[in-house]
Design a protein around this ligand. Structure first.
Ligand code: SF4
Length: 686
């Protein structure tokens, strides 16, 4: 008998969490649509979401566990693979101590939810080295904002009248809501300004584009603040009551050296444009700021983030309708307990104590040093879930060398990712359509817990949560992982909210856990040591770091580099992909079939490179070859290489050394490079 069901769930082709409805016929998913009743995407799905059945049915999916035997992978049963892994991990723990294991969660399989299981496993194993993609994505912003006002804000795009998008391209990376809301903002007379060296899809729609030189964001932020202060556009009442040490900062920024005119040679942004945007931002109420990775990925990213955060505070837009909102996370039962028994600090704590302390995890990018140089102690084993370190971490060649040196590497993923090449064991995870998990939607200023509901039985693999539970059992840690299903674990996490898996299903997978309250600081203060917005950060001072947000060197950035005269931006995402993923799905691949770098027409002429011609991009670290896309949507002194291409891996050009001193984030967006025309390629075409 034919049976057909329509099951609401949450897309996990990326982290945005759009509602979707899946039509299931005879136990097979046959159609997906955007959920019209979902408060976030309201029926819309992006190309990745629409391609999720291609992901589900992809021939690239791992169909069984793999164990390396005599150098080759052999397909084995779950029991054999888990016993093999457990034995290896036990032995290494015995020989080197529990801290020799590092676990890393990437974006691949749903990190926001599954990381709790991974952290629990790490804790029970006894290693402090739980790490994740936050070591190079987003967490630097969290750190900069937390140091300044104790939380993270998101722009109230639905009600704002002016939005400043800084270092992000939400039309590509935050698809469902921002394109729609940017159009609505413009229709109601609002304005948008974008700060980005590239004329991105978002910048092309904006009223103002400040094409800043890569890595000069701090100076631009100070130039904007200079105008806001000089023209009396800051919120005096808010500053007096809620900002600590305002006057010393104010006096410094008022100095002529921070004027847009003086900033122009450094930022490359016309001073009149800076003045116009500063005035509009200062005078328009409410205004908001959306931050992107473009601010994080520099050798001093957190410093720039702190200045932009201070700008948000002095403008009086914090936590007001249409401004920059704090949306507290739901209070879930902590599934990560118990604490690790190891007294050794997490990898990265030595250099990035604030990052590791505030996140309660290691800085993953310090792992290659710990493997190769055994500093500060050796890492001998890794478990990578939904991540792709050999492609996504800076200095890929060193990362690969480190992966090769490991005594044991296990990879958990849906498909055979590049990291599998270095693995001893590979375990197949299933897709999001085949597992249950909760999701908190605070990303979008919504106080919602939603249910990503399993719509069909797994075609291959297991839900990630069940993999961790099974591995824990094989290790003899079963008492700490008593849940027999994902639903039971969800019940455990949601019980303090009076919510359960079944109750979420009965609510069609959406639960509002609290109502919006504005200006929460008026009753609770800010979550900083002083309870105020901290210009001079007490946490930074306590850690021995300079607590003042203006670095003395800020006006003296490193000058021209004769060997490497161009800036290089890497790490950007392409619309059909999520980092490395989905290039194997034909309909998505057709949207961006080959690696290309963006170059301005004048720069291309200077280097003798034509559109679609292969060139070599060289940095102090290495070189890669790829085709040129000649476009005027980029600064003439800058080129851009999107991330995630195995055949032209931008991280062969980046270095782990130039990392931000507070977050450990890599410099991926203000590298220096030069070009070389590939004459041999030309000849072979003739
Ligand atoms: S933005 Fe696209 S891929 Fe991401 S959750 Fe929404 S529909 Fe899915």
């Amino acid at each position: 008998m034919n049976s057909s069901h329509h099951i609401p769930t949450i897309c996990r082709m990326c982290e945005q969490g759009c509602g979707m409805v899946v039509t299931v016929q005879n136990g097979k998913p046959v159609k997906v649509e955007g959920s019209k009743t979902h408060p976030y995407n309201k029926g819309w799905l992006c190309p990745k979401g629409r391609a999720c059945l291609d992901f589900f049915y992809s021939p690239q999916r791992l169909s069984s566990p793999l164990v390396r035997k005599n150098g080759e992978f052999a397909a084995v049963g779950w029991e054999e693979a888990l016993d093999f892994a457990a034995k290896k991990l036990h032995n290494l723990r015995e020989s080197f101590g529990p801290q020799c294991l590092a676990v890393y969660h990437g974006e691949g399989t749903g990190h926001q939810e599954i990381k709790y299981f991974m952290k629990r496993f790490a804790n029970v194993f006894g290693t402090p080295n739980f790490t994740g993609v936050g070591s190079l994505c987003n967490a630097a912003r969290t750190l900069g904002e937390q140091l300044t006002y104790g939380g993270v804000t998101k722009p109230d795009i639905y009600n704002t009248r002016f939005m400043l998008v800084w270092g992000g391209n939400p039309l590509v990376s935050h698809e469902p809501v921002l394109p729609r809301e940017i159009d609505r903002l413009k229709r109601r007379g609002g304005r948008i300004a974008v700060v980005d060296p590239r004329k991105t899809e978002t910048a092309a729609k904006a009223d103002f584009h400040l094409a800043v030189k890569p890595g000069r964001d701090e100076i631009l932020a100070l130039n904007l603040l200079h105008v806001i202060f000089r023209e009396g556009l800051w919120d005096k009442q808010f500053a007096e009551k809620w900002i600590k040490n305002f006057s010393s900062f104010f006096e410094t920024v008022m100095q002529d050296r921070f004027s847009p005119e003086n900033g122009r040679p450094l930022t490359g942004v016309d001073h009149e444009l800076v003045r116009e945007v500063a005035r509009l931002y200062g005078k328009t109420k409410p205004a908001s700021v959306a931050l992107g990775n473009g601010l994080d990925h520099h050798s001093v990213g957190v410093s720039a983030i702190r200045l932009v955060a201070i700008m948000k505070a002095v403008s009086g837009n914090l936590d007001i309708p249409g401004g920059d909102l704090f949306t507290p996370r739901p209070k879930l039962n902590d599934i990560t307990a118990p604490r690790p028994s190891s007294s050794v600090p997490a990898i990265g704590s030595e250099h990035f104590p604030l990052f590791c302390g505030m996140r309660d995890e290691g800085q993953a990018l310090s792992i290659p040093d710990a493997i190769l140089d055994e500093r500060p102690y050796p890492i001998k084993a890794m478990i990578i879930a939904g991540g792709n370190t050999s492609l996504e971490w800076p200095d890929s060649n060193r990362v690969k060398k480190a992966l090769r040196k490991l005594e044991f590497l296990m990879v958990i993923d849906v498909v055979r990712s590049p990291d599998c090449e270095y693995a001893d064991v590979v375990l197949p995870a299933c897709t999001f359509l085949e597992r249950d998990e909760h999701r908190a939607n605070v990303y979008h200023n919504l106080h919602h817990i939603t249910l990503r509901r399993q719509v069909v039985e797994p075609l291959y693999g297991l839900p990630d949560q069940m993999i961790w539970i099974k591995l824990a059992k094989a290790m003899g840690f079963g008492d700490y992982f008593p849940w027999k299903s994902c639903g039971e674990a969800i019940d455990h996490m949601l019980s303090d909210l009076g919510l359960s898996y079944e109750k979420l299903i009965s609510q069609r997978g959406i639960h509002e856990y609290e109502k919006r309250v504005y200006k929460k600081y008026e009753t609770r203060g800010f979550h900083t040591p002083s309870g105020k917005v901290e210009i001079i950060s007490e946490r930074l001072r306590d850690t021995g770091c300079d607590p003042f947000p203006i670095r003395e060197e800020v006006l003296h950035p490193s000058g021209e580099d004769e060997d490497f005269p161009l800036f290089l931006i890497t790490g950007g995402n392409l619309l059909p992909y999520l980092h490395w993923q989905y290039r194997y799905i034909p309909k998505l691949r057709r949207m961006a079939p080959k690696p290309m770098f963006e170059i301005h027409p004048a720069t291309a002429r200077h280097w003798g490179i034509s559109d679609n011609e292969t060139a070599e991009v060289l940095t102090a670290k290495g070189s890669i070859r790829l085709k040129a896309h000649v476009t005027d949507r980029i600064r003439p002194d800058t080129i851009h290489i999107p991330q995630g291409w195995e055949e032209a891996n931008a991280n062969e050009l980046s270095s782990g050394e130039a990392s931000d001193p507070l977050s450990g984030f890599p410099n991926l967006k203000s590298l220096r490079c030069r070009l070389r025309k590939r004459l041999d390629d030309e000849k072979s075409r003739q």
